[in-house]
Design a binder for this molecule. Structure first.
Ligand code: GLA
Length: 673
């Protein structure tokens, strides 16, 4: 067993003599796994049906001879230009009707039978040739499904959408009911009248939009399945496809069941001070998608990317600190895009493990250092790989809610992800580890579950959340929850849905989001805010984005709105006894106030905060298995307080300094709760 270390390896961009040097350098850098062939289709099949595997044989043999394992891609993420030339209908179409062209990448319609068939033919050849190759460790299907083209609006997709709808609704009358087509004269007489939600004069049917989001995620999944079927017929090597963190177009709950190991690509912006806590949330999602099993960081950048308007380089030590963040939160591998920084093409200014400047560079030295460290942390003696990250707290995450809440014609500009992040950050900044869960999943292992903005709620989800609270768990429900059912039909008679109304002891009469300045005006504007008051929030505070008229039936009001028409109305309520409680939060309190509230809720749930691991601000502390990771994301030195040995230095941890971007992996310390 080892903590995998490596990256995307694209030797076809380089002359043959460089490949030997690559392997020598990989050995020096502690590289154990290389992802090969991600964008190699045109090279593997230069003309339809004419395959050239000789060079790939050479790559795999060379890596194998050097002791490097291979994560072999199926190469289907970017079809060669000949496919579009012969079959222009495989090119995707935008909602405005623009057919996208060749010359970039990922130019395929996910529903195209021609694309899928061609992809399967290539995968069939690859599997025949390499299933038994001794270097093969993992299959890497396609790449970042949906990255550039997640929704296609062409005629082929339209037909596939109709088939999907017929399977879902069976009759057109059922579709009419679900979509609420009595509104605006949208009634359909037959499935063949239904189209994808292309650009239209005004708001498109919300349920049609939601179904198209579901359909689009499913179509990409069908592409994945179609390749997996081919691989599975011959090979037992594990299969993955790389996710992209909180990627809105693809419902990873559905996907995660179909990969053997979850893997993720994450590119936090070094210029954003919130990147570390945001990335922590992404890592927690990856662990949660696999039900706590170890996952792989499949891609990150060694330093700068090249696709932001301004591409900050990672600070010295930051790549290492963020890598350990992944390991701390459950990753058993750290890989990069890409091994050797390209000399040509659209990504030549994206950093690589071997930079343009060669090996006498900061980036390479950091790569080499981390490789050496991960090697030393690997193995049974440390017991890191395979170990789990315990969590007593979970946040409910739901793609339907994300898709629907952010549709046009909604009460406000709420960002689903920002709302989740606010809660995640409020909890993790107190040293608490947080999982993500499905609202209808097994919640029994948690003491506290937070359901923020769970806008689209099925009856089963509501029953599950309510019964978690009714059976002694502590539940926090955030604003914007259970406004609609799964067809986006509003839950009438007061928002929230019956089981939650009973459990929380409140219902919602009306939304009243604070007036928004014109966020699109030159210079933008601050998020709209509303005054709050309550000890549970630390006194006077501001709420943002949302407010509402909360009607209390059987709960204590523990914070109120403090100005305007809402003055005196409940902002936070609590129902329950000493041991557990059900909370309702009708706005998004500002960060300090939310942290205050989170601490109170954690106390309700009986979640003990871990002892301080170090002095200083912006520290990240996570327990994984028997180890505690401490990462200093702050600008000042921190001093470690925990007793034990720092496995990275071999020295006692207590009293040791942790510089900015410093990391300690502490073993043998006092056990954390
Ligand atoms: C994604 C892709 C890679 C590369 C990187 C650049 O993760 O999978 O091929 O384009 O982005 O950041």
């Amino acid at each position: 067993m080892t903590i995998w270390y490596g990256g995307d390896y694209n030797p076809e961009q380089w002359p043959r003599e460089v490949w030997d040097e690559d392997v020598t350098l990989m050995q020096r850098g502690g590289i154990s796994l290389a992802t090969v062939g991600v964008f190699s289709w045109a090279r593997l099949e230069p003309r339809p049906g004419e395959y050239d595997f000789a060079w790939l044989d050479d790559v795999l043999d060379t890596l194998h001879a050097g002791g490097i394992r291979v994560d072999l891609a199926t190469a289907t993420a970017s079809p060669p230009p000949w496919l579009a030339k012969r079959h222009p209908e495989t090119l995707p179409v935008t909602e405005e009707g623009v057919r996208l062209a060749v010359g970039s990448r990922q130019q395929y319609c996910p529903s195209s039978p021609v694309y899928r068939d061609r992809a399967r033919q290539l995968v069939t050849r690859l599997v025949e040739r390499y299933a038994q190759h001794p270097a093969l460790e993992l299959w890497h299907v396609n790449n970042e499904y949906g990255c550039h083209v997640s929704h296609c609006y062409c005629e082929v997709s339209a037909a596939a959408f109709r088939t999907w709808l017929e399977a879902k609704y069976a009759t057109i009358e059922e579709l009419n009911r679900a979509w609420g087509t009595a509104f605006w004269s949208q009634h359909y007489d037959a499935f063949d009248e239904v189209e994808p939600p292309r650009a239209a004069p005004s708001f498109r049917n919300p349920t049609q939009l939601l179904d198209f989001d579901r359909f689009s995620s499913d179509e990409l999944l069908a592409c994945y399945r179609s390749e997996v079927e081919v691989i599975r017929a011959t090979s037992e090597v594990p299969i993955t496809t790389n996710f992209m963190g909180f990627f809105k177009p693809v419902d990873y709950w559905t996907w995660a069941r179909e990969v053997d190991i979850v893997s993720d690509d994450t590119y936090p912006d070094p210029a954003d001070p919130l990147s570390a806590p945001y990335a922590a949330m992404v890592r927690d999602l990856m662990r949660s998608l696999g039900d706590g099993a170890p996952w792989l960081l499949m891609e990150q950048s060694p330093s700068a990317v090249n696709w932001r308007p301004q591409n900050a380089a990672k600070a010295p030590g930051q790549m290492r600190a963020w890598s350990y963040q992944s390991v701390a939160r459950g990753a058993d591998g750290i890989l990069f895009f890409q091994w050797r920084q390209s000399a040509a093409g659209s990504e030549k200014f994206h950093s690589g493990m071997v930079p343009h400047g060669g090996t006498d560079t900061r980036v390479w030295r950091e790569i080499e250092q981390l490789g050496g460290e991960l090697r030393r942390l690997s193995g049974d003696q440390v017991g890191l790989e395979g170990s789990r990250v315990p969590a007593q707290v979970a946040i409910a995450l739901d793609w339907d809610s994300w898709w629907a809440l952010e549709q046009p014609a909604s009460p406000t500009n709420v960002s689903y992800l920002e709302t989740l992040f606010a809660w995640h950050h409020a909890l993790t900044s107190q040293g608490v580890t947080v999982d993500f869960v499905r609202a209808d999943g097994d919640l029994s292992g948690y003491r506290l579950v937070v359901a923020p903005a769970h806008f689209v709620a099925t009856d089963a989800q509501l029953e599950n959340l309510a019964s978690f609270a009714d059976s002694g768990g502590t539940l926090v429900v955030g604003f914007g929850t259970a406004i609609t059912d799964e067809h986006l039909h509003v839950r009438l008679g007061g928002y929230l849905g019956e089981p939650l109304r009973r459990t929380l002891g409140v219902w919602i009469e009306e939304f009243a989001p604070p007036a928004a300045p014109d966020l699109r005006a030159v210079g933008g504007g601050a998020a709209p805010s509303v005054a709050l008051d309550g000890e549970v929030l630390g006194g006077s505070a501001a709420g943002s984005i949302w407010a509402e008229y909360v009607r209390v039936e059987d709960a204590a009001t523990v914070a109120t709105f403090a100005d305007g028409a809402l003055a005196g109305w409940p902002a936070v309520t609590r129902r329950g006894g000493d041991a557990s409680a059900a909370w309702y939060v009708a706005t998004l309190p500002e960060p300090d106030a939310l942290r205050h509230l989170a601490a109170r809720v954690l106390a309700d749930a009986g979640v003990e905060l871990p002892p301080a691991a170090a002095t200083g601000a912006n520290l990240e502390v996570v327990r994984r298995g028997e180890l505690v990771f401490v990462i200093n994301h702050g600008a000042e030195d921190a001093e470690l307080l925990l007793e034990g040995t720092d496995l990275l230095t071999g020295h006692p941890s207590q009293g040791a300094k942790l510089h900015p971007q410093g990391v300690a992996v502490i073993d043998g310390m006092q056990r954390l709760g």
